[in-house]
Design a protein around this ligand. Structure first.
Ligand code: MG
Length: 304
């Protein structure tokens, strides 16, 4: 069966500017076997070209912009498909500005159709401007729902979700979130994967480290989902979730042999599943859980 892979990046391929052991061999096996794959990220700050360079510096060569699909591209695809010729006021960085520019979506700081919030720095002045635009009728969109994003094992930074939450609070309007786990992200990613593969893969698997974006989105889009424990999720936390991944792996290195031989493992799940149990530790805060701001979250965000 021809399988295509959608692969999250942070916590799956690298962490804190360090490659996950075995990630190079994993990507090499995908390329050498002609397996279609696409990196899928909720980070709307970089362009696909930036991401290819970033992976090159980390030691993964031979990738180009077409191997990446970001929440910024997803937002630009969404607007150009549902409201071509619309105008936007943007709070965001290069990846988002470029994606919108390429779809010929113009900036308007006076009376835009949408306020679009992405990852990155902002200022109170920009937030006030966005607030005023929404007051004048603009609709609020965010590239992704992540309230915080891991920077290192010691540190997180505010994500696009928290910037959108500011504007939701000040205007009383609700934002619409693109990116994972929105089905539109998976729908467009699947289409892009088919373009790369020159035909539709019979099966698409999402590999990710975050339950509420990678695993939830894949499940809702009818895809298989492989959770890797090299990022933000610990095995003990799995009991927290209604939805579960198809398989649980330590890292992507667990898949390399399978991709090389073309034979699916006869193990239903990786050995990690079942050895420690999945006893629930309830009440942890999730990256997108805006209703649980009062709850303590595990620190550091990246747990290993
Ligand atoms: Mg991740």
């Amino acid at each position: 069966m021809k399988t295509g892979y959608l692969i999250d990046m942070d916590g799956v391929i690298y962490r804190e500017n360090q490659l996950i052991p075995g990630a190079v061999e994993f990507v090499q096996a995908l390329s050498a076997s002609g397996t279609p794959f696409l990196f899928l990220t909720n980070n709307s700050a970089p362009t696909p070209e930036d991401l290819a360079v970033r992976l090159k510096h980390l030691g993964i060569h031979g990738l180009s912009a077409r191997h990446f699909y970001t929440s910024a591209l997803n937002t630009a695809d969404f607007l150009s498909e549902t409201d071509p010729g619309c105008t936007v006021f943007v709070i965001g960085e290069g990846g988002l500005l470029t994606a919108l520019h390429e779809r010929k979506i113009a900036n308007d700081a006076i009376r835009p159709r949408y306020v679009v919030v992405g990852e990155g720095m902002t200022t109170m002045e920009k937030l006030v401007k966005a607030h005023e635009c929404i007051e004048r009728g603009a609709r609020l969109l965010a590239t992704n729902p992540d309230n915080w994003c891991p920077v290192s094992s010691e540190k997180t930074r505010p994500g696009a979700g928290s910037t959108a939450a500011f504007l939701e609070a000040s205007t009383g309007r609700h934002a619409y979130f693109l990116g994972k786990p929105n089905g539109y992200m998976f729908h467009r990613a699947r289409r892009k994967l088919a373009e790369i593969a020159l035909s539709e893969p019979e099966q698409v698997v999402m590999i990710g480290d975050t339950m509420e974006t990678d695993i939830r989105g894949a499940m809702e889009a009818g895809m298989q989902s492989f959770l890797v424990l090299s990022g933000s999720t610990q095995l003990e936390g799995l009991g927290d979730y209604v939805y579960q991944p198809t398989r649980v792996l330590q890292t992507v290195a667990d898949l390399t042999e399978e991709i090389k031989t073309g034979k699916a493992s006869d193990r239903l799940n990786s050995p990690v599943y079942g050895t420690n149990g999945t006893s629930a530790k309830l009440g942890q805060r999730h990256q997108t859980d805006v209703f649980a701001l009062h709850k303590p979250r595990p620190r550091p965000a990246m747990t290993k």
